[in-house]
Design a protein around this ligand. Structure first.
Ligand SMILES: [Zn+2]
Length: 387
């Protein structure tokens, strides 16, 4: 796919793309604790299973990308060996590692999902301080529901109590909502708004599970549908986890094509639906963004994990997906290497792909610059009203 020529065009485009600010529209905090070799190996994989004896998670595209792109930021040679890398990381300490990796990513705004495993992560203020950028919050619907359910009470009151609590949370400077229904149920749900009777029955079943000692983890489709429709009513951009994720996800049920009926029903509301990550369903997501005015998408997290091969993913993200409806995201959770790689690899992928098109005469350089700006920050500024 990459051509030998086009060096001059790529250099001209790289100068522009490398200087663009990015809005990372879906991301989590960076880890604030020190990591040893094993600790780092645990968090550069989406698998939550034990490490496989005799193998290393450094032997992967993301592992190679860390050694290539993050090692120089920590003052090492490119491709430094994993043990050398980890030793340098420990020598610098987490504050300095975060400051260097976040601060050199060129991200102006982090829109942070605060709903998942946050104990060892920098919070909004911590991310802003470490990066020198702005940090805004995206609220996870299921976390709000679980907070409401933990208070107990009558199942018939859950629906309005959730709406009330969501409204309070959204009033606290929040820029969007996030659903992990892909993890909790999959996209094969009845797309209609639940009736009061359905919602009460769903909440009653869930509350009975909690009463018998279960964690307040919402997975009932009737309740989950209420969360989605409440977010549609609230009007802020609604993010969906799609595709690639940890072992909680059943990948076959995380195909966004299964969301088509929900997207159609939600279309008149005008609430923006943001399909996150999407790999390996990024082509399905791009199609949905092509057809439906309320759909946007990104290829976050997959860019990090595909490493050198992310160039092809970036090319595929520029097929039928309208350029005005794709956003940049790293979806980094944990080590700041992932935050850094999201930015570096997207810039590199876009420059390589669009640079080839400019070199071949298919695209004008001015158009390549313009599309880069759209994906880097303009689309996010518009959809989230960042101004
Ligand atoms: Zn995420």
């Amino acid at each position: 796919m990459r051509t030998a020529g086009g060096g001059r065009e790529q250099a001209a485009l790289a100068e522009v793309v490398d200087g663009l600010r990015l809005v990372d529209h879906h991301v989590h905090g960076a880890l604030k604790i020190p990591l040893d070799r094993r600790g780092l190996e645990r968090v550069i994989t989406e698998s939550d299973r034990a490490l496989v004896p005799g193998t290393s998670t450094f032997d992967s595209q993301v592992g190679f990308a860390i050694r290539r792109w993050c090692a120089p930021v920590l003052g090492l040679e490119q491709h430094a060996a994993p043990d050398v890398y980890v030793a340098r990381r420990r020598e610098l300490g987490p504050d300095e590692v975060n400051r260097r990796l976040l601060g050199s990513s060129g991200v102006s705004n982090y829109l942070i999902d605060t709903g998942f495993a946050i104990d060892d992560l920098l919070d909004l203020d911590g991310m802003a301080e470490a990066s020198g950028s702005r940090a805004r919050e995206v609220v996870r619907l299921e976390s709000v529901a679980e907070e409401v359910a933990a208070r107990g009470g009558d199942a018939s009151r859950f629906g309005p109590a959730f709406v009330e609590r969501l409204r309070q949370r959204l009033d606290q400077g929040v820029v969007g909502t996030k659903s992990v229904i892909a993890y909790r149920h999959g996209f094969g749900f009845d797309p209609e708004r639940p009736t009061d009777a359905e919602l009460t029955a769903g909440a009653a079943k869930w509350f009975a599970e909690i009463d018998s000692g279960a964690e307040p983890r919402v997975s009932d489709a009737r309740v989950l549908r209420h969360l989605l429709w409440s977010a549609i009513d609230a009007g802020l951009p609604l993010q969906f986890h799609v595709g690639f994720g940890d072992s909680d996800v059943h990948l076959a049920l995380a195909n966004p094509a299964l969301l088509t009926d929900f997207i159609r029903l939600a279309e008149p509301s005008g609430t923006a639906i943001m399909l996150l990550h999407c790999w390996p369903y990024h082509r399905e997501a791009a199609y949905l963004a092509h057809i439906y005015p309320n759909v946007h998408f990104d290829v976050g997290v997959a860019v990090n994990y595909l490493g050198a091969q992310s160039v092809q993913l970036v090319a595929e993200s520029l097929e039928v997906g309208p350029f005005g409806k794709q956003l940049f995201s790293s979806d980094a959770w944990g080590p700041a290497e992932l935050h850094h790689l999201g930015a570096v690899l997207w810039r590199r992928g876009f420059t390589t792909v669009a640079g080839d098109w400019v070199a071949s005469g298919d695209w004008a350089l001015a158009d390549a610059d313009r599309v880069a700006r759209m994906i880097a920050f303009e689309n996010a500024d518009r959809v989230y009203g960042l101004g």
